[in-house]
Write a protein that binds this ligand. Structure first.
Ligand code: SF4
Length: 444
């Protein structure tokens, strides 16, 4: 017997204005088509109609308003996008029945509005791409990008010239994506960007409605909402700006994992200045202490560059002393390498390769000893562990809240054949080495 496929919704499009707007319309339709939607050539057959407006001249605005009016009277279910999105209040006053209004180039928002207005029926045949998108990570953890680009100009980095200044995603779009990922099996969301603590500074005055409440585009508010959606939320690439203090109580409450990935890169003021880093080490040690008082289990991960041009032995020694005092849980390091196009390449005081190697080895040795001591202190404790893999011999490997996938350590378990990938279980820690813990699941 033939399988009867559910009908996928049909979308109508009225595209006004210049060729740029036409290209936007094509992109929106391409995305909707790949999501499984059908296109409708007339109002009558459409489940929802998109009007991509132009607001270049008064006459173009009037034409756009007429097109919205016509779509409302012919179909009734209308989403407005394009240049006139800037005049949402005026459009709503004239056409209160419009379902959603989004601005020019807001592809994600307009596609999201179509999904809300005319949801795709669940079907493995229609939805070739799952709601959560195609993932390269295992089902139980997902990276969630909250912004693109960066407003800083660190001397060793070319990301701003490749990706431009910071552009934050709307909080409601991020939360919708998080919900889809969790519905598809994600247990751990890894929040990423170039600078997570700067999230929202470009759209601070644009709160969005989410589940009947306003969400301000700010790292703390976003982290709190994500914490309500996913069992584990981990924050990466956070700079130690003062407002980062606000997320620590969320960690103490258990809404967000007690883990911060802060790329300090160095501690010496001279080197940080030459690197043009957004924050320097002043008061950082004091703040680490305060964070640990509020949330004793917080794990701090960081990365450092050794051999940056102009780094003296004194600068390096300062970094080593600072690391001893900071007692970071996880540390990665790089030997400075010039990247084509980076401002650092023109700086004087290149550090010879042999010196870089020697400093790198010293730094890794010191931080491994700190890590080993910190992990020893965990022996005998019971920790939550997310299971990444169960092997054939009855063992499994997973991670505690202090371990991000791929970059940090693991918790290696015995007597774990009853577990499944993605389980979050209580584990008694029995042993430790420099980077990993060893344990056994607590009998339920
Ligand atoms: S290193 Fe990070 S903060 Fe600095 S410019 Fe590059 S992306 Fe921005």
């Amino acid at each position: 017997m033939a399988t009867k496929l559910p009908e996928s919704p049909k979308v109508g499009m009225v595209s006004l204005g210049c060729p740029k707007n036409l290209v936007d319309s094509e992109r929106i339709l391409t995305k909707l088509r790949s999501d499984g939607y059908q296109l409708s050539g007339d109002y009558a057959g459409a489940d929802v109609v998109l009007v991509n407006t132009c607001g270049f001249l008064d006459s173009a605005k009037e034409e756009s308003l007429e097109a919205i009016g016509e779509a409302i009277s012919e179909n009734g279910r209308v989403i407005v996008t394009g240049c006139m999105g800037k005049e949402a209040e005026m459009i709503r006053a004239r056409f209160p029945d419009v379902l959603a209004i989004t601005g020019a180039h807001q592809y994600e928002e307009v596609v999201g509005a179509v999904h809300t207005a005319a949801p795709m029926p669940p079907s493995a045949y229609l939805n070739l791409v799952p709601d959560s998108g195609l993932k390269l990570t295992p089902r139980h953890y997902s990276y969630l990008k909250i912004s693109e680009g960066c407003n800083h100009r660190c001397a060793f980095c070319i990301i701003p010239s490749l990706r431009g200044d910071l552009v934050s995603r709307r909080p409601d779009a991020i939360l919708r994506e998080a919900e889809k990922l969790v519905a598809a099996g994600t247990k751990e969301l890894l929040v990423i960007s170039q600078d997570t603590s700067a999230y929202g500074i470009d759209i601070r005055k644009e709160p969005r409605m989410w589940k009947g409440e306003e969400v301000v585009p700010h790292m703390t508010d976003l982290a709190r909402e994500l914490g309500k959606i996913a069992p584990w939320v981990r924050l990466h690439y956070v700079y130690p700006y003062p407002h980062v203090d606000q997320v620590i109580p969320l960690m103490a409450e258990g809404l967000v994992l007690p883990y911060l990935d802060i790329p300090f890169q160095h501690a010496s003021r001279n080197v940080l200045k030459a690197m043009k880093r957004p924050a320097n080490e002043a008061k950082v040690l004091e703040r680490l202490k305060n964070w640990r008082e509020i949330c004793p289990d917080i794990a701090i991960r960081s990365t450092f560059v050794v051999g940056f041009p102009g780094e003296t032995e004194d600068d390096f020694e300062y970094l080593m002393d600072w690391l001893e005092e900071a007692q970071l849980d996880r540390v990665g390091a790089f030997r400075f390498e010039p990247v084509e196009g980076a401002a650092a390449n023109d700086l004087p005081g290149a550090v010879p390769e042999a010196v870089k190697e020697e400093r790198y080895a010293r730094l890794m040795e010191r931080t491994a000893a700190i890590s080993a001591a910190k992990l020893q202190a965990r022996i005998g404790r019971t920790l939550d562990v997310i299971i990444d893999e169960v092997d054939q011999e009855g063992g499994a490997n997973g991670r505690s809240s202090a371990d991000a996938p791929e970059i940090d350590g693991q918790v290696l378990l015995r007597d774990a054949s009853h577990l499944t990938e993605g389980d979050i279980v209580r584990v008694t820690i029995e042993d430790a080495d420099e980077h990993d813990l060893f344990g056994v699941p607590v009998a339920s």
